[in-house]
Ligand binder design. Structure first.
Ligand SMILES: [Zn+2]
Length: 409
């Protein structure tokens, strides 16, 4: 949130007892200033002081704390120092990183990002997690994360914390999955610490579509700060972004477009409802309607087979995707009426199937919400498959930038 530098910098002569809070706020202010610099631009302490309203002495002291915490590093002489004299540049420490992780219905994934959000390492394992016991799934993900930690350590990089995205409703404060029906998890507490043993910040828990929506925010065109991200997996998730901030509602469950009813007389949904979008446009629903149900194939192989069938003009495959596109249009038209969001970003299999899905989807939108959408307002993910883990990792980094004292010794 932009604010005048003088207002942003808290006075350092507050009442006794508030000094810790003031210093933590100013530490976050300096950290945020350094973190917002474009890649390759290195602020000096003098620049930080000038743009935050803090004194140079304060900035020097705060920078020492950030250096000690390993969050920033000095980059040698910067020719743009004060009064023409060279100063020492500051940048985010590339030797600190965060682990993003995802458990989905038919795969697990982990990835390492640096503090500027660049994905350094990523591994995906296809795995059938339907109606699974949480323990073995978490153990498999922990093993995957551990292998990435070893690789990161070999590069001199320390993982300071992580974020886990799961396809369901979560209670982050209790590390609990409230309901992830496609995993068969209800009221399941997760041993998040087991995913990154010993990491200073631990592991935070996120809804998968919300995490993926967060990853999209930074990659939207300028001025496009309001959109609905729709995640197509076995389940269908949604992340509602308003004013470049994720809107989750009071209990964190807003944006569940996958459970908007599109066929009141339809089939039972994993959520217990009937005729939700997911029952028509979810990945397994499309495979089943296309006559591909029960094939012993992985998700990537099944999607490839579906694309091949579509390419060859298979009528069953085309009808299944056409129906999914029209149902998606019904759900999006209704949702857009309620929340006044005109821009839609498609992820997961909706992005993969965009070529085939787009025409029925646009026709449906025009039928049920005439004039609300132009084709240009319907885009596919700019992040792609790593979206959920990137968003989870990015959210952890953002928390760290806002509270760098968490890593202070
Ligand atoms: Zn449902």
């Amino acid at each position: 949130m932009a604010m005048p530098a003088q207002a942003a910098a808290l006075a350092e002569t507050g009442a006794p007892g508030n000094m810790g809070d003031v210093r933590r706020s100013n530490l976050a202010l300096v950290m945020g200033r350094i973190a917002r610099q474009p890649a390759g631009v290195h602020l000096t302490r003098a620049h930080v002081a000038a743009t935050t309203g803090l004194t140079k002495a304060s900035v020097s002291s705060l920078v020492v704390a950030l250096l000690d915490a390993g969050l920033v590093r000095e980059t040698g002489l910067n020719p743009q120092g004060e009064r023409g004299r060279p100063g020492v540049g500051l940048e985010l420490n590339p030797a600190r990183a965060v682990m993003g992780m995802e458990i989905n219905v038919d795969y697990i994934a982990a990835g390492v990002t640096d503090l500027s959000g660049t994905l350094l390492l990523r591994e995906v394992r296809e795995r059938d997690n339907r109606d699974s016991e949480p323990g073995p799934v978490v153990a498999a993900l922990a093993a995957l994360a551990a292998s990435l930690c070893v690789e990161a350590t070999g590069r001199g990089i320390q993982i300071v914390g992580g974020g886990l995205a799961v396809p369901g409703l979560v209670d982050p404060a209790r590390s609990m999955v409230l309901a992830a029906p496609n995993l068969g998890w209800e009221g399941v507490p997760l041993d998040l610490a087991a995913l990154l043993p010993g990491s200073p910040l631990g592991v935070a828990l996120f809804n998968e579509a919300n995490a993926a929506a967060l990853a999209e925010i930074a990659r939207r065109p300028a001025g496009d700060a309001d959109f609905l991200f729709v995640s197509g997996e076995v389940g269908v998730g949604g992340g509602l972004v308003i004013g470049a901030e994720l809107f989750t509602g009071p209990a964190g469950h807003a944006g569940e477009v996958g459970h908007v009813v599109v066929d009141p007389g339809g089939t039972r949904c994993s959520c217990g409802g009937t005729g939700c979008l997911e029952t028509v446009a979810g990945q397994d629903a499309i495979f089943a309607a296309a006559g591909m149900a029960g094939l012993p194939v992985t998700r990537s192989a099944a999607l490839a087979a579906l694309l091949s069938a579509l390419d060859s003009g298979d009528p069953g495959a085309r009808a299944a995707v056409d129906r999914a596109g029209r149902a998606l249009g019904v759900a999006l038209a209704s949702t857009a009426r309620v929340v006044n969001v005109g821009s839609v970003v498609l992820g997961g299999h909706f992005a993969v199937l965009d070529q085939w899905l787009r025409a029925p989807l646009l026709a449906s939108l025009e039928k049920y919400a005439p004039g609300k959408f132009t084709p240009g307002q319907l885009t596919v993910t700019a992040v792609g498959d790593p979206g959920a883990l990137l968003g989870a990792a990015g959210s952890v980094v953002r928390s760290l930038v806002e509270a760098p004292h968490l890593l202070q010794a």
